[in-house]
Design a protein around this ligand. Structure first.
Ligand SMILES: [Ca+2]
Length: 344
């Protein structure tokens, strides 16, 4: 974008000059050629990276950081107890609701987690492991995985898109392993950006209480994709997505769940039909049983996400964005939704 604008400015500057005098134009072109030649020679491989003049596509050097890295948090092994010998978590019925609230706040798209922890807490007083979350702190930003169900051998396989455009190799990276149950720290590790991105796979063994944490690292060029797609009321739409991407989704239009019964992307207002059942509930997708009938719903790499009029969603791992209407009986449907998707 910036390069295009510069070329355009340069062009108009030349046009402007030629109007004044031919000599001036010749001189301008000579200066321009000189500048281009100077730039080309200074950006040769292993050359100095100073680019005070015209910006030409930089040649990648080993010392340079890519603008973004996809860091996939693969797995870890967590000690079975705290260092002082106490259990990670113990059921305390009086705190049940507070704990579930904390876990639900951390877990994105993991409705089952709160329920599982709730079941653990509702049983006999017992010990249970942490619900592990990995948090990578770089340049004032915290990038977090989802919280997993309580386990000592977490397997996230979840990709975080990390922005290091303003970082140098010497800047710090702090990696925290947290317990999604009470948001307490399990272990922490400090390193530099350079150390994090030096290899395409890293096993961290220096985190207290965490025997190992496995990461995969891939430099990436962010390519924003933008498009508007039609999601018909009687079929699903699918699009490939990459782990770590942020999807900005905006929906409009009208879909009919049966003739004469048409709604926007947020679906039908809840109302009771016969036998006290919520309207349309029987025909909803099981994952969206309690969401409005006829609303826009999605699965991002298999994770169900209610979309309605839209929002911002992080892609947990490479996979497919699937969009559909919340209605499984599609033979009597018509219309559909226009969905704008910005992927970056
Ligand atoms: Ca229908």
């Amino acid at each position: 974008m910036r390069t295009v604008r510069r070329i355009r400015n340069r062009g108009s500057w030349l046009d402007h000059s030629t109007k004044r005098s031919d000599t001036y134009a010749v001189l301008s072109k000579a200066v321009l050629l000189f500048l281009v030649a100077a730039c080309l020679s200074s950006s040769s491989p292993r050359g100095s990276s100073s680019n005070g003049g015209i910006a030409i596509a930089p040649i990648a050097e080993p010392q340079q950081l890519a603008g973004y890295y996809r860091v996939t948090v693969v797995s870890a092994s967590i000690a079975d107890r705290r260092r002082d010998g106490t259990a990670w978590n113990t059921t305390r019925p009086s705190k049940t609701w507070m704990v579930i609230g904390t876990a639900a706040g951390l877990a994105v798209g993991q409705a089952s987690l709160g329920t599982q922890i709730g079941e653990l807490l509702d049983g006999e007083p017992t010990e249970f492991p942490p619900a592990p979350v990995v948090e990578i702190n770089v340049g004032g930003m915290a990038y977090r995985t989802s919280a997993l169900s309580p386990t000592l051998a977490p397997q996230w396989d979840e990709t975080l898109l990390i922005d290091v455009r303003r970082q140098t190799r010497r800047d710090p990276v702090v990696i925290n392993v947290l317990d999604g149950v009470d948001h307490k720290l399990i272990g922490t590790n400090a390193m530099t950006v350079g150390e994090l991105v030096a290899r395409d796979a890293v096993t961290l063994t220096g985190i207290p209480n965490v025997a190992n944490l496995n990461l995969r690292i891939e430099p990436t060029i962010l390519q924003q994709k933008h498009g508007v797609v039609w999601v018909p009321a009687d079929a699903a739409y699918e699009l490939e997505v990459r782990g770590g991407d942020i999807l900005k989704i905006t929906a409009s239009g009208t879909a009919c769940v049966e003739p004469g019964d048409c709604h926007g992307p947020d679906g039908a207002a809840p109302s009771l039909s016969g036998l006290g059942r919520i309207y349309g509930q029987r025909d909803n997708w099981p994952e969206f049983h309690r969401q409005p009938h006829g609303s826009l719903v999605g699965w991002i790499s298999g994770v169900p996400v209610w979309i309605g009029f839209g929002g911002e969603f992080r892609v947990p791992r490479d996979g497919t964005l699937r969009l559909a209407i919340n209605d499984t009986r599609v033979d009597n449907n018509s219309g559909g939704f226009w969905v704008e998707i910005v992927q970056n």
